[in-house]
Design a protein around this ligand. Structure first.
Ligand SMILES: NC(=O)c1ccc[n+]([C@@H]2O[C@H](COP(=O)([O-])OP(=O)(O)OC[C@H]3O[C@@H](n4cnc5c(N)ncnc54)[C@H](O)[C@@H]3O)[C@@H](O)[C@H]2O)c1
Length: 285
């Protein structure tokens, strides 16, 4: 596996944690964002997280210093992309945004660079033509929180070379994750196809006032043994993301069942995006 330097584009909910996980496992990493505020939050989280790891004796001070030395959060996309082997993008889940970012980064990276997209649902063949060599573009799907969750789906579209697929599977293992190869493209890959069913049904039941979101969550956790209910899960992922994803899907399929639920919309219009804003279906400190 010829991956040494990694660029993560987007330092939001997912990107900053993907960057930390990668640096933790010995890779040189830069993580960029267009928002200075997001970069500041990412730096603060990283500093706190390192301190916590040392306090809990999960890392020695020397190891923590090593991780700190390998990871930078920076607005400088061009400079950071100059010599990278792998780009992982974690920008909003909208095809045109993915394309714009990949097109720009492709202008700065060497020919050997592989591009992984952290999209939750969108298959890479929808945006792979944004770069010169689409055989190097694939889905590399982490779960939230990326430092904690073990699973990463690696999805091979028809345009992806065997070498790219194999290299990224090795990389995912090298950063301490469980690589789940997905051999054909399909909307939502594996896990989010199940999540979609659950979230869609939960929204329908809440909209029809058959049960409250709290009690739907309680039922799913208690009866199915899930660690979180569907509404808690959306609060963690971000209601804005869930809304974007549902709207994109609804525009594509025209299926009314794909529309965002009223319960979801009623929070999104108030700017209540879940944990990241302190309020969603639940309130957070
Ligand atoms: N939130 C989740 O639970 C979750 C889980 C798995 C995968 N994902 C996927 O990860 C991706 C990112 O989601 P998120 O929840 O981290 O979103 P987010 O909104 O928290 O972060 C996205 C970041 O991208 C930045 N950005 C936008 N345009 C950019 C550009 N041109 N260059 C650099 N940065 C740019 C934004 O400033 C923002 O900080 C999406 O594709 C999403 O589907 C999210």
């Amino acid at each position: 596996m010829n991956i040494h330097k990694v660029l993560v584009v987007g330092a939001g909910n997912m990107g900053h944690q993907i960057a930390i996980q990668t640096a933790l496992n010995g890779f040189q990493v830069a993580c960029t964002d267009v928002s200075e505020e997001t970069l500041d939050k990412a730096r603060a989280f990283f500093a706190d997280w390192l301190k916590g790891r040392v306090a809990k004796q999960k890392l020695t001070q020397e190891q923590a210093d090593g991780v700190r030395g390998r990871l930078t959060f920076t607005p400088d996309l061009k400079g950071s992309a100059a010599d990278v082997d792998l780009v992982l993008e974690a920008v909003p889940d909208i095809v045109e945004v993915k394309k714009k970012v990949l097109r720009e980064v492709d202008g700065y990276t060497p020919d050997r660079t592989i591009f992984g997209s952290n999209s939750s649902y969108i298959v890479s063949s929808r945006f792979a033509d944004a770069v010169k060599d689409p055989s190097k573009v694939l889905n590399v799907h982490f779960f939230n929180p990326a430092i904690v969750m073990k699973t990463v789906e690696i999805v091979k579209g028809p345009h992806v070379s065997d070498e790219t697929f194999a290299t990224v599977i090795e990389f995912v293992k090298a950063i301490g994750k469980t690589a789940i190869p997905v051999h054909k493209e399909i909307y939502g890959f594996l896990v989010n196809r199940f999540v979609t069913l659950l979230v869609r049904e939960a929204g329908y039941l809440a909209d029809a006032e058959i049960a409250t979101p709290e009690n739907i969550d309680l039922a799913i956790k208690g009866a199915l043994g899930h660690p979180m209910g569907p509404f808690e899960l959306i609060d963690l992922a971000g209601l804005d993301l869930e809304y974007q994803v549902r709207m994109e899907r609804f525009k594509e399929t025209g299926d009314l069942a794909d529309r965002p639920s009223v319960a979801l919309i009623s929070h999104v219009v108030k700017g209540e995006y879940g944990r990241k804003t302190g309020k969603g279906f639940y309130a957070y400190d």
